[in-house]
Structure formats: structure tokens, C-alpha cells
Design a protein around this ligand. Structure first.
Ligand SMILES: [Zn+2]
Length: 375
């Protein structure tokens, strides 16, 4: 599933320059699938010794997650091929998410990125089923292949459900988008279909639950709930994106910002900040108005207090090469993303290399609130 959520997880591997990380929820599902598989293999062939059952379950679990990674890699590599870099694939309880840095620009690209995952799963599934047919299920190798084949086809099938933000929902959005040329309207339609599918899952789960299949009922309802909240969250993101699309940095930037010369010592710097009751970031600029870096009160915490009188702003600031900046013509959505990426509340606005102001996150959020309140 391609997504745009930013998440932090532990790194598992790095493939083709993309970090494969996992969420804590993934460990639960890893164990759950391992145990379920061990039970399944033990029932499938009672003649297998315990060691064979455990080995088969372990290998199958790892290969299963290998196929989830393969599915996500397909999304990521196609996205990258279309100029949308993907830095991370996150594994979590329901599979994986390829974290796209931004949404595709056109319907055809969206379609190709979305379909790449399920197609990969179908091919993997077909190959495994084909190989599995070459021998009997009583042999561990063929039992593993058959299960992998089945689960990959199931993975493709589930992801092809035509509700946003599942792959099938993205395919649906791409088709609507190419027909009506309206990204927002197409997203709304695909999201509504997604919500409908989600409610179907929940309803089915509740029915199963009361029909006596408590565990599978709960699972279905849980998947439904996950799809519902994912659909709502993606729609919210689209709303934010479209609300900000009409504005650029120049609409909201302010020429007022705190500046400090590089040779100021930290003692003077902090008392100046306190005097002006301004604890935001200050731009470090020399007498010729050259931007050298940025410093926030938080940067001071790295220096022991007794050294403040002898340490200069220049020595603690984040230097220009490592700080994010924006240009006046950039969109507010892009500015917000840059702030999130570098974890700052404001960015200097540069024009022809010179600083002409700053853009602050709180002002963008204010604008967003006023925009989203309007019908
Ligand atoms: Zn997918």
C-alpha cells in the first residue's frame, strides 16, 4: 500500500536504497502467524516431527514477510521510476506501507504505482502454487510453497478491494481521475467506496461473531475498523493538501524575525531573548546580511551553563548547509512538509540567496483552520 504517513520504526534492512523498518505491532503479527502456521503444519501432517513443524513454520513466516516486502518494493521502485522517491517501507500489523514523499502528479502514474504491488503478489502467488503442484503436501517444501502461493493470492485480492487507501482504491481513484480530471472529487469517491467496504467488513465481522465464529468475526471487524480510520485519515490529508494548494509561502511569510550576529556569546544571546520575550529560533546573520545558520534556545542545552559566557552562537548554531529553507513561490503544503522533516517550527524564506523573511508553522495552521471551517 503506498501511503504518505511518516512513521518511525526500527530498521530491519536496506534494499535498493530504501529502508525497511518495522512497527512494534509487526512483532505481534509475526509471532501470531508463526504460531498459527505451526498449528496448521502440525495438523496437515501428523507424521512430521516437532522440529520439522517448527522449521517449516519459521521459514514460511519469514518468506511470507519477504513477499510483503516484495509487494511494497514493487510500489516503491515504480514510484521512484516516476520521480517520486521512497525512503522507507514500514511493516506493521496489516502488512506494509511504502512511504511516498508526495502524491503522484497524474492518473497514469498513480495507476502504475498502485497496480505494481498486487501484480507482484499475483505473480509470486502463481509461481509458488505452480511449484507447489510439483509435489505432495506431505513434503515440507511443497506444503510451504502451497501456503505461500495461497497467501500471496489472498494478499493481492485483499489489496485490490476498490476502497481508498488500499491499492484497489488507488486504482479506482486513478481511473476516475483520468476520466473526470478532478483529483479531489476522485479521492472523495474512492474514499467513500473505501468506507463502504470497511463498514461491510465490520458488519460481516459482527454477523460472524454472533453466528459463533468469535475470533474470525473479531478479525473481520478489526480489519474493517482499520480500513475505516485509514480512509478517514487519507481524506483528511487530501483536504489539508487542497486547502493549502491555493497559497504560496509569499502569501503568509513575515519580514519580522529575530536575528543574531555569529560572535554573540550565549549569555548575551539568551538574555536578549528573555528581554524580548521571544523564545523562537533566531537567524544567525553577519553584518552583510549573509545567512550563516539558525539557533534555537534548545540548541543551548548542549552547552553546560558555566560555558555560556565563553561560547559563541557560531559554535552551537545549525549551519546553513544543514538547515531547511523555502522560496517565496513554494506551496504552503511543501513548506509544512519541510518543517516536519527537519522538525522545526519556522523556515527562512530566501530570495536570490538573501533572507527576506520567515514562514511559521503556527500561521500555516491558523490559515488551515480558517480554510477548513469554510464549507
Ligand atoms: Zn500494496
Amino acid at each position: 500500500m503506498p501511503g504518505s504517513a511518516r512513521s518511525s520504526g526500527r530498521r530491519l534492512a536496506r534494499i535498493a536504497g530504501i529502508d525497511v523498518v518495522f512497527d512494534a505491532s509487526w512483532l505481534i503479527i509475526l509471532v501470531l502467524i508463526g504460531v498459527t502456521l505451526a498449528e496448521y503444519f502440525a495438523r496437515l501432517n501428523r507424521a512430521w516431527p516437532m522440529a520439522v513443524v517448527i522449521a517449516a513454520a519459521t521459514v514460511t513466516t519469514l518468506l511470507f514477510f519477504g513477499s510483503v516486502v516484495l509487494h511494497e518494493l514493487a510500489h516503491s521502485l515504480v514510484a521512484r521510476g516516476h520521480g517520486l522517491p521512497v525512503h522507507t517501507i514500514t511493516l506493521f500489523v496489516f502488512g506494509g506501507v511504502s512511504e511516498l514523499t508526495r502524491e503522484p502528479d497524474d492518473a497514469a502514474t498513480e495507476f502504475k504505482i498502485a497496480i505494481a504491488g498486487p501484480l507482484t503478489s499475483i505473480v509470486t502467488g502463481a509461481v509458488c502454487v505452480g511449484l507447489g503442484r510439483l509435489g505432495a503436501n506431505s513434503q515440507p517444501v511443497f506444503a510451504v510453497l502451497n501456503w505461500l502461493g495461497y497467501i500471496n493470492l489472498l494478499l493481492a485480492g485483499f489489496n485490490l478491494i476498490p476502497g481508498f487507501p488500499l491499492d484497489g482504491g488507488r486504482v479506482l481513484r486513478a481511473i476516475l481521475w483520468s476520466a473526470n480530471k478532478d483529483f479531489v472529487k476522485s479521492t472523495r469517491w474512492a474514499t467513500n467506496v473505501g468506507k463502504l467496504c470497511a463498514m461491510g467488513f465490520i458488519l460481516l465481522g459482527v454477523m460472524e461473531f454472533f453466528a459463533g465464529a468469535a475470533l474470525s468475526g473479531l478479525w473481520l471487524a478489526f480489519i474493517g475498523w482499520f480500513l475505516l480510520s485509514a480512509a478517514q485519515q487519507s481524506w483528511r490529508q487530501t483536504e489539508i493538501q487542497t486547502a493549502l494548494e491555493r497559497f504560496t509561502v509569499s502569501d503568509l511569510e513575515t519580514p519580522f524575525f529575530a536575528r543574531v550576529p555569529p560572535e554573540t556569546n550565549l549569555e548575551v544571546f539568551i538574555s536578549d531573548l528573555a528581554a524580548h520575550n521571544n523564545f523562537r529560533a533566531s537567524l544567525v546573520m553577519d553584518a552583510d546580511d549573509h545567512l550563516l545558520g539558525i539557533i534555537t534556545p534548545a540548541d543551548l542545552s548542549r552547552v553546560p551553563r558555566e560555558h555560556w559566557g565563553t561560547t559563541l552562537v557560531r559554535d552551537v548554531m545549525v549551519p546553513r548547509e544543514r538547515m531547511a529553507t523555502v522560496e517565496p513561490a513554494e506551496g504552503l503544503h511543501a513548506a509544512l512538509r519541510k518543517m516536519a522533516e527537519s522538525d522545526v517550527g519556522q523556515l527562512p524564506v530566501l530570495n536570490n540567496g538573501g533572507v527576506r523573511g520567515v514562514i511559521r508553522r503556527d500561521r500555516i495552521i491558523e490559515l488551515l483552520h480558517s480554510q477548513l471551517r469554510q464549507p
